[in-house]
Write a protein that binds this ligand. Sequence first.
Ligand SMILES: C[S@@+](CC[C@H](N)C(=O)[O-])C[C@H]1O[C@@H](n2cnc3c(N)ncnc32)[C@H](O)[C@@H]1O
Length: 349
Amino acid sequence: MIKYLGSKRTLVPLLNRIIAQSGATTASDLFTGTTRVARGFKQAGAFVTAVDTASYAHVFAKTFIELDASTLPVAELTDAIARLNVLPGKHGYFTETYCVTSRYFQPANGERVDAIRDLIESDYRDTWLYEPLIASLLLATDKVDSTTGMQMAYLKTWSKRSHNELKLLVPDLLNGTGLALQADALEAVKQLPEVNLAYLDPPYNQHRYFANYHIWETLVRWDEPSTYGIANKRLDVRTRDHRSAFNSKPAMPVALRELVANVRAETLVLSYNNESWLSREELLDICSVNGHVEIIDVDFKRYVGSQIGVYNKAGERVGEPGAKRNTEHVVIAGEKSMVQRLMQALPQD
Ligand SMILES: C[S@@+](CC[C@H](N)C(=O)[O-])C[C@H]1O[C@@H](n2cnc3c(N)ncnc32)[C@H](O)[C@@H]1O
């Protein structure tokens, strides 16, 4: 998985216990990001619908959630990856923008990204391999970046991993089926059929994913956008089109209330961070429309970027790390006996 702000790596074991105990055969993950939670649900045997607005999240969802490994000629993917891994590099938009006029990746790796991504577009666009190949390229590129995990800035001196050679691996496709939707969760819930379990993991502050992961957007869209500033962000980062109601302090509580009210699910599971704009009481109140509500507080280590320190646009350290621990709230709402059954399945300490 890519390094991702708000990724639920540490919550996955708990969420996996919840889905297993619920016996859900249908589930949705409405802010799927890296898809790591949706993957757990799929592995538990549920048909999962994975929704996100981001293009790279959609590529991951198409790859890991929609594709059914048991029905695919996976050897074709292995062969295509072997072909891409020996392709000579060429200097193109990616190299110039993210390796020369900014320094997110070493030029030798940038040239390989240019060559590989061009070939994926020319030779695989209309095949089932298209998304898994882009997913593989995204995962490989993330492993050789020179950032603290977000693309607001790059490091002043090259990271150690940036010196490694870009290497595509065969993505770990899962058996089973699912659905990937690139959509605003607020709109998607109006169309989606009822599920046994819906998981909501909305952004919890003003930091927009479209701005934080602008290079992944470009790597997927392959649209060579004009950029601005030292960080070389896409010009459309500045427009209103890519704003999420969940990144606005006044809009977020209203949006979450609307979303929770419109989600059609027997059981709702929502994770939310203690550094967010909502208090525990507001969260409980919003979720109570779904029936009985219980809340679990999970303490876990903060995202690594915030431990390293605060950086300015040139990648210079300008602030000390904040508190190293934060709390994630996991809210479970639904029919009382089900909510209590799920609570009993969780470790109590
Ligand atoms: C906290 S992250 C989710 C992380 C994910 N659970 C994981 O473990 O990788 C929030 C996600 O919400 C997406 N997002 C933001 N606004 C959205 C909206 N209105 N509808 C759907 N997705 C949205 C972002 O692109 C981001 O991937």
